[in-house]
Design a protein around this ligand. Structure first.
Ligand SMILES: [Zn+2]
Length: 450
């Protein structure tokens, strides 16, 4: 009896932490089913094609990028069978005109597996997760030398395959797109093609995660860190001409509340809740210093997109000819991958994508009321019509804090006042919540004309 009483106390007041939403059993199931062994097998298979250079052989069944993509297609199709035919596999093929890193036109193929959402009102909302299956050595034009690309980026592709395998057996409200793209190393060809197509077709890509170099927990100085992953998230893009939406965002101090950074906060909170022991380090930058990846074209197309990468890159194992020099092994070999670590990063992805695809859409038309000068804060937004909607939450934090500090449930309303908390002193966001407690990412309010 005494012990029971103590437990209750510990569980409620002594920790001081606000109770987070309960883990969703379907997401917990996905996280526990992700297998490091399956990821290792996929990486070793991808490495076995010798090179996956975008300009490499496409006709051999055992060697080059053509064999690699046919294997990827067959893998996705296997999962499609297990999904009861719900997972749809397509080869998104196009001709890339000649450019700096492809003197001849080249056929580029993205291998894409789409799991349509089960809820009619949410099916148009799409979340994309990607890795790039092409690889390279020291010379970006060398299409014949062995380019194992075990980390860059078989690690990301293997994680995407594993997510597709586990998540496609289950049902989600919104649509999930699992993508292995090509042409990354030659100039982001595959991701650019798909992101532009999505923009032209007006698809609602509500979030995108690219996994690129998530393979190693060993730093070049020998330190081991298998408990962190870097999440790169852009704020306001450095455009020559600032569009009105970004001007409005910066005018009100919202430079850290771009959709990509709201997505990053969501991934950190969700990933860390479902994968204990892992920390997601958000970096307020589009990518590593002056470098790029497959999330870049999605950002340029106006979608919220972020990049996951291991904590410490080893440049002896990246974009290098496989060789030994003065007793040092160079090259992107599978022996430098940590398959258990990659599985942890895949779990962070899967938990986040699952939570996004079960949650309602982030509220639209979120505005801060500014007509009257007051020390209260009033926000309004458009009604969300998804059938499982429970209501909304208003979140806020100090302007110097990176993460939400306070939240209030509003119930089923589309206008809410937080009394005695001034918009002058805090940053606000509004999220939508469903009946199971799944919460959308937050939306930064635009100042209302009214
Ligand atoms: Zn890469």
């Amino acid at each position: 009896m005494r012990r029971y009483f103590f437990f209750i106390l510990l569980g409620t007041s002594l920790t001081g932490a606000a109770p987070g939403p309960k883990p969703h059993p379907q997401i917990a199931g996905v996280v526990s089913e992700i297998s490091a062994q399956k990821i290792e097998a996929s990486i070793r298979k991808l490495v076995s094609f010798g090179t996956r250079h975008t300009l490499s052989d496409t006709t051999s069944e055992a060697h080059g990028i053509g064999a690699a993509r046919r294997w990827l297609q067959a893998e996705f199709e296997r999962y499609a069978k297990d999904s009861g035919g719900r997972l749809e596999v397509t080869m998104d093929e196009f001709t890339q005109p000649p450019g700096e890193r492809n003197p001849q036109p080249v056929q580029v193929v993205n291998v894409v597996a789409t799991l349509p959402g089960e809820q009619a009102e949410a099916r148009d909302r799409i979340y994309v997760v990607s890795g790039h299956y092409d690889s390279r050595v020291s010379d970006p034009m060398n299409a014949t030398a062995d380019a194992p690309g075990a980390n860059d980026d078989a690690s990301g592709v293997a994680a995407v395959l594993e997510m597709a395998r586990v998540m496609s057996k289950r049902k989600w409200d919104a649509t999930l797109v699992f993508m292995a793209v090509a042409g990354e190393e030659q100039g982001l060809f595959g991701s650019t093609h798909w992101a532009k197509m999505a923009q032209e077709k007006n698809w609602n890509v509500a979030g995108m995660i690219t996994n690129d170099i998530i393979g190693s927990s060993h730093a070049d100085d020998g330190k081991i860190d298998d408990q962190h992953v870097r999440l790169f998230a852009e704020g306001v893009p450095p455009l020559q001409e600032m569009p009105a939406k970004w001007r409005q965002q910066t005018k009100t101090g919202g430079e850290n509340d771009s959709p990509a950074r709201e997505l990053a906060r969501f991934i950190k909170t969700t990933g860390e809740r479902y994968v204990p022991g892992m920390t997601v380090n958000i970096i307020y930058r589009k990518d590593r210093y002056l470098r790029g990846g497959d999330h870049s074209p999605f950002l340029e197309a106006g979608f919220a997109a972020v990049r996951l990468t291991e904590p410490n890159e080893n440049f002896k194992h990246q974009h290098q000819d496989v060789r030994e020099e003065e007793g040092v092994q160079y090259g992107d070999l599978p022996e430098f991958d940590d398959f258990a670590y990659i599985a942890q990063v895949a779990r962070i992805n899967a938990a986040s994508l699952g939570a996004l695809a079960l949650a309602p859409a982030a509220p639209a038309g979120v505005e801060m009321e500014t007509k009257e000068l007051t020390n209260d804060t009033t926000l309004h937004w458009q009604e969300n019509r998804e059938p499982d909607l429970a209501g909304y939450e208003v979140l806020w934090r100090e302007t110097t804090s990176p993460f939400w500090q306070h939240e209030l449930s509003t119930g089923q309303v589309t206008r809410f006042t937080v009394p005695r908390i001034s918009k002058d002193n805090f940053l606000f966001g509004v999220a939508a919540v469903d009946q199971d407690g799944n919460r959308s990412p937050a939306v930064y309010p635009a100042p209302s004309a009214k």
